[in-house]
Design a binder for this molecule. Sequence first.
Ligand code: CA
Length: 243
Amino acid sequence: MESTQIRKNQRMSPKKKILIVEDEPSLVFTLKDTLENEGYIVEIVEDGNTAVEKVTEFQPDLMLLDIMLPGMSGFEVCKQVREMKFNFPIIMLTARDQEIDKVTGLNIGADDYITKPFGVKELLARIQARLRRTNTYNKPGPIDNIQLGEVHVNLKQSKVVRPDKEIELTTREVELIRFLVANANEPVSRDSLLENVWRYEYSTNTRTVDVHVSKLRSKIEMQPDDPKFLVTLHGVGYMMKIS
Ligand code: CA
């Protein structure tokens, strides 16, 4: 009982995840150290191509993105991440205090920029401001009722009400929907589902995820073979499409 309660509380205010994309070792070291001390979960990648892959797997709450990177530039990374429909805040790190960089960055979907060298306090303030804004506007507490076309999902009662029948949802299915809906209209990888819904339980793998998604689809989709809401993104994972 007690452990369930603790897990529940942790889920209500989970640690925020920050992805740092930066190739300067000394700066990476300082950033990681500082952010982890502040209680953030930090992942680091050092080039643009890996950054794009990492985003799907890690599902960050915020990204610090250097512009001058080996391979793909920070601008290109930003553009691709937005094209993939991720909408977490992106703060660009630029070595040059050039107006053109700022304008380009903001035009392609970055939320803020900070010029190197910057003070740790200033960076933390910017990060907190961005995360606060995301919380206020994009994440309005747990959702209990979801309408998917003709299908109504009541997560509190673990129930699906459809024109043809009513179906019970398992606890796992409820958690799966909650996580997909919390990340609605964004790609979610199988690894991310394993981490966040199954929490790496013994003997689970990506096949487990596929089986559960398929079962869930048969409950919430009127035509599971041609899903309208819980769609597969080939080579990426899944996405809950909600307009
Ligand atoms: Ca760089």
